[in-house]
Design a protein around this ligand. Sequence first.
Ligand code: FEO
Length: 395
Amino acid sequence: MSTHFVPEIAGGVHYVGVRDPDRRMFDALVPLPQGTTYNSYLVKGEEKTALIDTVNPGFEAEFDERISEVSSVDDIDYVIMNHAEPDHATAISYVLGKNSKAKLLVTKRGADAAKLYFGIPEDRIRVITDEETVDLGGKTLRFIVAPMLHWPETMFTYLEEDGVLFSCDFFGLHTAYGFYDDQIPDMIQYAQRYFGEIMMPYKSMGKRALDKIRDLDIKVIAPSHGPIHRNPERIRGVYEKWTAGETIDKVIVVYATMWGSTEKMVKQLAAVLEGRGIDVPLYNLEHADIGEIAKDLVDARGIVLGTPTVVGRMHPLAVYAAHLVSILRPPAKYGVVLTSYGWGKGALSHASDMLGPTGLEVVGALEVNGPPSQDDYSEIRAISQILADKVLSGK
Ligand code: FEO
């Protein structure tokens, strides 16, 4: 009896992945307001069958049922692991446990990861080299080693006859809704959020990966999260910009506030910037969605951090935000720090310590005692104009 619909995204290529609309966090770091998917694809040639990536822990039974709609786990000859993170690779053990003939095809680093994380025995693993191909019978899979997207072992698999690129995390986005890219009105927004959360620290490796696939005739991009891109130029176009670190006239403002002084300061700054035509997304860290902050960090040219002083240091939420900026490595060039305190300073020097290693050019900073005075507002407006000049210089 058929219980699952497993769409054919190209001749002999079936989607056998699963949807997880209820998941709300990833890596205890990334909020998932619309859940996610764990995409997997079964490619059937005239002689051999390959399974490309698998699914998250807990979905093995449903995964097996989906594969059984068009084939059987027993008929798989190759399991291809484009990436070893458990959301895609956990069910490899399930498949290889049920099927004693299938080989796991991985990069050299992938072999190490498969043994370490999933205990896959050496004799079940075949290490591929860059640009190596496997013939399934009328279906040729080419492996393209593309490391650090966002783990060291990552690669792409390209189905030559049909022009399908299986890219795993790269080009992905977290939503459980919509099967094709053009079915999701906010597709680029979700893709940008995902890029900021996961790929932005590895921009240079992403650029290298794009260069490697530039001359391929790609008709479909089939990632392992979110929709299948049957209009691949859309996502490729924005990835070209994001991996190059292209910024726009945008300043992201993130702040914490306790009794409103810091909020008054950042709002004054935001008003001046907006008056100069600059886009200013403003995030109160008390209830901000970290994924939205990551999204705006992808193309903001400036970053403003606002924080009160708590026991001589920054507010803990501002520490978290500054740490995110440090690890996500956004392309922003200019920064401003606005801080306030009641009876003891400290937040400004703490912020300087944290932002120093990011390479941001801090073009203005102010530490205010109590609510901002008229002189403080004047100084904030002056700092804002300096920041606006820098941002609008386009450099
Ligand atoms: Fe979707 Fe890096 O795992």
